[in-house]
Write a protein that binds this ligand. Structure first.
Ligand SMILES: Cc1cc2nc3c(=O)[nH]c(=O)nc-3n(C[C@H](O)[C@H](O)[C@H](O)COP(=O)(O)OP(=O)(O)OC[C@H]3O[C@@H](n4cnc5c(N)ncnc54)[C@H](O)[C@@H]3O)c2cc1C
Length: 367
């Protein structure tokens, strides 16, 4: 095990620090990885260019499934499935330790326009023993709401879970702050890697050098920018997503409801979210009037009681997009000790526990 601490290095040199594991990026991937490292008694330093958990992870809807699981690459569904059990125990633990309610619940996923891909979806569900039900308008009304009666058919996946991402990130941060071997360092962007041959000795941040045994890149949509400083090309690009939230309603609904590639979900305390857009606009996190109109029109058509309340918030986040949605979870060749866990695109919250565990399993000879 290494040591942690900050030491002065003379007047002209900035302070440097030593740690077993340097984690670049404090979103869900970085913070969950830090927790797993801390459980192994490793010293960990998490560096983030901004506040922890405030980029893609904090902007997410919290759906713990691919929206159309039959369309997703098998590895994505595998990581989602393998995350289910760890999530249950993690959430229980975090809620007990921090007293933050994370809004984790079995909501189910109701797809109201299954027609075109119905057979494909059903074949997939049967093949993977994934519980499903095909619902008639009568079922939709009786099981869910009269508002859904006008739809011809519904495809119901009951085993889908939901949580509140900002609260999960807050609880993770609070828990990590209490760990003696963990240093969280927000507002400290990493600018460069310090390398010698095939080894990374540490990183340069805007403030100092941080030296470490292993370096993990969990910088989300920015991961490829960081690695490009080492001449490494990575197919990750920012894909903007916008969401609207509405004031709580007395009349609410249980499932995540998906229709024409948009979804509506009811979070804790009845707050309803309408999401999301998928936009290739570089690193712009602006919210747009167009998305506001599209999402609001969609939401009010699907759940008319929303006409009675206001839009509370409108936000955007930058997903770490990859061409097929499959993340990079591996050693970064040709380096012996640089690792990446990034590129989870639309499903990073859903895949986080298994992705982080998977990376640590790959690192087991080194830590
Ligand atoms: C609108 C929207 C809705 C979504 N809904 C869902 C959903 O319902 N379910 C789901 O599973 N997923 C969802 N996602 C996707 C999910 O949010 C992401 O896949 C996931 O959060 C990625 O986590 P991450 O830790 O890799 O990235 P991030 O959360 O973006 O974290 C990366 C961190 O790295 C930091 N960083 C970057 N560069 C540097 C640097 N040079 N030095 C130091 N730090 C740096 C950033 O500041 C950031 O905090 C959604 C995303 C969006 C935008």
């Amino acid at each position: 095990m290494g040591r942690i601490g900050v030491k002065g290095e003379g007047k002209r040199e900035k302070m440097s620090m030593n740690t077993d594991v340097i984690i670049i990026g404090g979103g869900i991937m970085g913070l969950m990885t830090a927790l797993l490292c801390a459980e192994k008694n490793l010293t960990v330093t998490v560096l983030d260019k901004g506040e922890l958990g405030r980029e893609s992870s904090g902007a997410a809807g919290g759906i713990l499934s691919a929206l159309h699981p039959w369309r997703a690459k098998p590895i994505i569904n595998q990581l989602v499935e393998d995350s289910k059990l760890p999530y249950q125990s993690l959430i229980e633990r975090l809620e007990a330790e921090t007293e933050i309610k994370i809004g984790y619940r079995k909501s189910g996923l109701l797809i109201l326009d299954p027609e075109a891909e119905k057979q494909e979806a059903i074949d997939w569900a049967i093949q993977h023993k994934y519980p499903f039900e095909l619902l008639t308008p009568q079922n939709l009304e009786n099981q869910f709401s009269p508002h859904f009666r006008s739809f011809q058919e519904g495809l119901w996946f009951p085993d889908v879970f939901l949580l509140n991402p900002p609260r999960l990130l807050k609880a993770l941060t609070l828990t990590l702050q209490k760990k003696p071997h963990v240093t969280l360092s927000p507002h400290e962007a990493v600018c460069d890697f310090i390398v010698k041959d095939n080894r990374c000795l540490g990183v340069k941040t805007i403030k100092r050098k941080v030296m470490g045994g292993q370096v993990i890149v969990t910088a989300g949509a920015w991961s490829h920018l960081l690695l490009s400083t080492l001449g490494i090309t990575l197919a990750i690009q920012p894909i903007r997503g916008q969401i609207l939230s509405f004031s709580p309603l007395p009349e609410t609904f249980q499932p995540i409801v998906l229709f024409k590639n948009h979804y509506l979900l009811s979070q804790m305390e009845g707050r309803i979210l309408a999401g999301s857009t998928v936009e290739d606009v570089g690193f712009s996190k602006e919210v747009t009037e167009e998305a506001h109109t599209t999402l609001k029109t969609f939401a009010l058509n699907l759940w008319p009681p929303l006409k009675e309340v206001n839009v509370l918030h409108h936000w955007a986040g930058l997903r770490p997009g990859t061409p097929d949605g499959v993340p990079f979870i591996d050693r970064v060749a040709p380096f012996d000790n640089i690792w990446i866990n990034s590129g989870h695109f639309r499903n990073g919250i859903a895949q986080a526990p298994a992705s982080c565990q998977w990376l640590l399993d790959k690192m087991h000879h080194e830590i």
